[in-house]
Write a protein that binds this ligand. Structure first.
Ligand code: NDP
Length: 326
């Protein structure tokens, strides 16, 4: 079994930034890339709020630059996903989907989050046949067609705006009588003539055999005012938030009700010494690339201090007890 001082799990802004900081501090981390090298930003278009890019930057390019920067510093990567861990003893142990097994003194978990689905009838059957959680990946197939986006947050507005550049008509299905998105994003879709927001609507079922043909919707304005109808659509895009990719660590680390790894306030420290969590997997609130990147930097600084401390050097001392700080 290969042993490393530091393993970084995840190849999004948090993982690459952690790698850049760790490499510059003299550590030689291994970064596990998982199934989506570059993370969620590779699935988006122009990122307008990452500092340092006055004209904005394509999400894919931003991640490509981060990877290149880390590789120039000598980053070693492995194209594998961590399926299972044993963090109960030292060294920390990881089992990978390529059959490999690794051990480490320290771990930075930067596994990000994945899109949520509604769990309604027809949704999983029609996935890839009209149902998608990524407009930038699949929008191309809906040129001149009618699509719906479900959700009322920034992601839904961003996806709807993007799709309006391709599709003939875009419905946004929102369960509340208002949007949760930021003002600028709300304005963008409410003023777009191709977009129609269906407030107080829920999707009951998706219809179609070979491909998506329609969505069965219900409009609820009050307890007694309820109307069900079928809306013909070609594409149905989920934008109802994300769930953290924390499963391999659940037996060992405290999480909140939704599975986000809990860290000590203002740090990336988890309840286990030497185990740090950075980026969306530990961030139920903000989900911003710049915040993920900065928490990756914090994690690497903390990992370096941990590994160079007497605790990190002495495996017998390296599981720290915590009491109510998470
Ligand atoms: P949010 O959690 O902000 O919004 C999720 C939306 O989905 C809400 O409108 C919610 O409705 C709705 N929803 C959740 N579950 C269901 C359900 N079962 N049925 C129907 N609707 C449902 O997620 P986002 O992904 O939009 O954003 C997450 C974070 O990322 C936010 O902080 C956001 O600001 C940020 N972000 C920023 C961007 C930017 O700055 N460019 C771009 C994208 C995201 P309800 O309101 O009723 O709960």
């Amino acid at each position: 079994m290969e042993h490393l001082r530091l393993i970084i799990i995840g190849a999004g802004p948090a993982g690459y930034t952690a790698a850049i900081y760790a490499l510059r501090s003299g550590l030689r981390p291994l970064l596990l890339e998982g199934t989506l090298p570059g993370g969620q930003l590779t699935q988006t278009t122009l990122v307008g709020n990452y500092p340092g890019f006055p004209e904005g930057v394509e999400g894919f390019d931003l991640m490509d630059n981060m990877r290149e920067q880390a590789e120039r510093l000598g980053l070693e990567t492995r194209s594998a996903t961590c399926l299972r861990t044993d963090l109960s003893a030292r060294p920390l142990r990881l089992w990978l989907d390529d059959g490999g097994e690794l051990s480490a003194d320290s771990l930075i978990i930067a596994t990000g989050a994945s899109p949520r689905y509604l769990g309604i009838e027809g949704e999983s059957r029609l996935r890839g046949k009209g149902v998608s959680a990524c407009a930038t990946c699949d929008g191309f197939f809906y040129r001149g067609k009618t699509v719906a986006v479900v959700g009322g947050g920034d992601t839904a507005c961003e996806e709807a705006s993007y799709l309006s550049g391709l599709a003939e008509k875009v419905y946004v299905i929102v369960r509340k009588p208002f949007l949760r998105a930021s003002r600028i994003m709300q304005q963008r879709i409410l003023e777009n003539p191709k977009i129609e927001v269906l407030f107080e609507h829920n999707t009951l079922e998706l219809l179609g055999e070979e491909r998506l043909e329609a969505a069965r919707l219900v409009q609820r304005k009050g307890e007694k005012d309820e109307r069900e109808y079928t809306l013909p659509i070609d594409g149905f895009f989920l934008a109802i938030g994300h769930k953290p990719n924390s499963e391999p660590f659940l037996p060992w680390l405290p999480t909140d009700g939704e599975g986000f790894i809990q860290t000590e306030w203002g740090t990336t420290r988890t309840s286990l010494g030497g185990v740090f969590a950075a980026g969306d997997v530990a961030d139920p609130r903000y989900r911003q690339a710049v915040i993920a990147a900065s928490s990756g930097a914090i994690a690497a600084i903390e990992a370096e201090r941990y590994l160079n401390s007497s605790v990190g050097c002495n495996p017998r001392l390296s599981i720290l007890s915590t009491s109510g700080t998470f």
